[in-house]
Design a binder for this molecule. Structure first.
Ligand SMILES: N[C@@H](CCC(=O)N[C@@H](CS)C(=O)NCC(=O)O)C(=O)O
Length: 206
């Protein structure tokens, strides 16, 4: 049995693998670490970070590595090498920009405002519009393989975070202005039957 360990939040780096496994009906233990337990558990992880996936007593770290592995188990990762690379490209792009945003989390308020406004004017807008271009170059519906893959889940979750209003100084309508086709992609993935079923189960607590 697989065990996926991540923080007890419905988003961010551990979430694509949870959704992918759920969509495919692959049984797994959803180990959700309360923040107060993290410092105790951190040294157990390969790189001092989450997510971590365990299979048959072996352990795997790095979110996109886990997404690829889980994507293969769930048939949500392309078998064609070029399509697989396109899937990786989108996931790595989200990591790049996500890491830049993450670096502002613990800044003092005034510095956070300055850094976030600079990110919105620069890299966040750039990554949004370039992801939109890559989506369009690959047919406009999905990032790879003309079907849902773990790349779509990862981009969807990033966009959801940007639109959530939880990131101070990041306007929630930024994406509508900068990359409207990515909004269409966001809505497509949100309405995917597997994704909808996953969140319906989360809401009902089953
Ligand atoms: N490159 C790693 C980064 C992992 C990472 O930074 N995870 C965050 C949560 S999203 C974490 O564990 N933060 C707590 C810490 O670093 O102590 C990956 O993609 O998995």
């Amino acid at each position: 049995m697989l065990k996926l360990t991540y923080f007890d939040i419905d988003g961010a780096r551990g979430e694509p693998a949870r959704i992918a496994l759920s969509i495919a009906g692959v049984p797994f233990e959803d180990d959700r670490v309360p923040f107060q337990d993290w410092q105790r558990r951190k040294p157990e992880t390969p790189f001092g970070a989450l997510p971590v996936l365990e299979a048959d007593g072996k352990v795997l770290a790095q979110s996109n590595t886990i997404n690829r592995y889980v994507g293969k188990l769930a048939n949500l990762y392309p078998s064609d090498p070029w399509q697989a690379a396109l899937c990786d490209e989108a996931m790595d792009a989200v990591e790049d920009i996500g890491t830049q945003i993450e670096s502002t989390f613990n800044l003092p308020d005034d510095e956070k405002k300055r850094r976030r406004e600079a990110l919105v004017a620069g890299p966040i807008s750039l990554f949004l519009s370039r992801l939109e271009q890559r989506l369009l170059a690959n047919g406009g519906k999905y990032f790879a393989d003309d079907r849902l893959t773990v790349a779509d889940l990862k981009v969807f979750l990033w966009i959801r975070h940007l639109k959530s209003g939880n990131l101070d100084h990041v306007p929630t309508d930024l994406i509508d202005r900068v990359a409207p086709k990515l909004v269409a992609h966001f809505n497509r993935i949100k309405e995917d039957p597997g994704v909808k079923a996953y969140y319906a189960r989360r809401r009902s607590g089953s």
